[in-house]
Design a protein around this ligand. Structure first.
Ligand code: KIV
Length: 272
C-alpha cells in the first residue's frame, strides 16, 4: 500500500497518481489488481449503485457499509472514504464523532470532505490523527446550490479557489481533489501546493486523476460528463444476460457440462 509520504514523494518526483472510485468487494479487488494508487469510496455511490438522483440522500451507514466491503476487496490499497452530506459542518463534537466512526469502522486511510468552509474541521480532525482530503471546485453535495457546472470560471472565482486551496493545505489536508475547473487554474493550484492535487475534469496538469468506476467502464450509466473517458464497456453484461434468458427459455442451459451426473435415484425408494 502507498503511504501518504510515498504519495507526496510521487508529486515531487512528478510521477502521476491514479485514483478510481469503488463501492464494493469486486470493484475494489479489480482496482487493486490494476495497481491503481488510491481508491475513493465516493458518495457518488448514491447514483452509481443505489440509484439516487444525487449524493444528497447518502447516509453515514451507506458509506460504512460500502467502505468496509472496499477495504476487504483492497486490503493493500490506499482507501479514501467520503463523509456524506449532513455528517460534517455541524458542531465540532458531531463532526469529529462522525469522522471517527467512519475512519474506525471502514479502516480507511483518509476521509474526504467537500467545500472550503471546513478549515476548522480539517484542523481538528488532523490533530485527532485522521488524515483529511479536501474536495473543491464542483462539489456534488452542493448541487442544489451550484448545479453541475464548471467552477472557477471567472477571475474572482479563480482567485478565490486559489486562496481556498491554500487554506486547505494550511489546515492540514493531505490531498486536494479539484473537480470541473479550467485546466490552467488547476495547473496553478497544483504548482502552488505541496500536497498532491488530484483532478476530475481539471485537465492534465494536476498531480493525478480520479474517475468514477461506473462512468469509465460504462457500467449502468445513462449519461457521461464531458471529462469522462470510457476505458471499457461493461454494458456487454446485458448481452450475457439476454443470452442466459434465451437459453433458460429454450432449454439449452444447463447443459451436461453444468450438471452433476452422479446417479442417486436408483438407490432411493419413493413412496408412490
Ligand atoms: O463521490 C465521488 O465519486 C467523488 C469524485 C467525483 C471525486 O467525490
Amino acid at each position: 500500500m502507498k503511504t501518504l509520504s510515498q504519495l507526496m514523494k510521487m508529486k515531487h518526483e512528478q510521477t502521476k497518481l491514479s485514483m478510481v472510485t469503488a463501492y464494493d468487494f469486486p470493484s475494489a479487488k479489480q482496482a487493486q489488481q490494476a495497481d491503481i494508487d488510491m481508491i475513493l469510496v465516493g458518495d457518488s455511490l448514491g447514483m452509481t449503485v443505489l440509484g439516487y438522483e444525487s449524493t444528497v440522500q447518502v447516509t453515514i451507514e451507506d458509506m460504512i457499509h460500502h467502505g468496509k466491503a472496499v477495504r476487504r476487496g483492497a486490503p493493500d490499497t490506499f482507501v479514501v472514504v467520503d463523509m456524506p452530506i449532513g455528517t460534517v459542518g455541524l458542531s465540532d463534537e458531531d463532526d469529529l464523532k462522525h469522522a471517527l466512526r467512519l475512519y474506525q469502522e471502514t479502516q480507511a486511510n483518509a476521509l474526504k470532505v467537500e467545500g472550503a468552509h471546513l478549515v476548522s474541521f480539517i484542523q481538528k480532525a488532523t490533530r485527532m490523527g485522521i488524515p483529511i482530503v479536501s474536495h473543491l471546485g464542483l462539489t456534488p453535495q452542493s448541487v442544489g446550490v451550484m448545479g453541475y457546472k464548471l467552477q472557477g470560471g471567472t477571475k474572482e472565482a479563480a482567485i478565490q479557489l486559489i486562496e481556498d486551496a491554500k487554506a486547505m493545505e494550511e489546515a492540514g489536508a493531505v490531498l486536494l481533489v479539484l473537480e470541473a475547473i479550467p485546466s490552467d487554474l488547476a495547473q496553478v493550484i497544483t504548482e502552488k501546493l505541496t500536497i498532491p492535487v488530484i483532478g476530475i475534469g481539471a485537465g492534465k496538469d494536476t498531480d493525478g486523476q480520479v474517475l468514477v468506476y461506473h462512468d469509465m467502464l460504462n457500467y449502468g450509466v445513462d449519461r457521461q460528463a464531458k471529462f469522462v473517458k470510457q476505458f471499457a464497456d461493461f454494458s456487454i453484461g446485458i448481452e450475457g444476460l439476454k443470452q442466459y434468458n434465451d437459453e433458460v427459455k429454450n432449454g439449452t442451459f444447463p447443459s451436461e457440462q453444468h450438471t452433476y451426473k452422479k446417479k442417486i435415484m436408483d438407490e432411493v425408494e419413493t413412496n408412490d
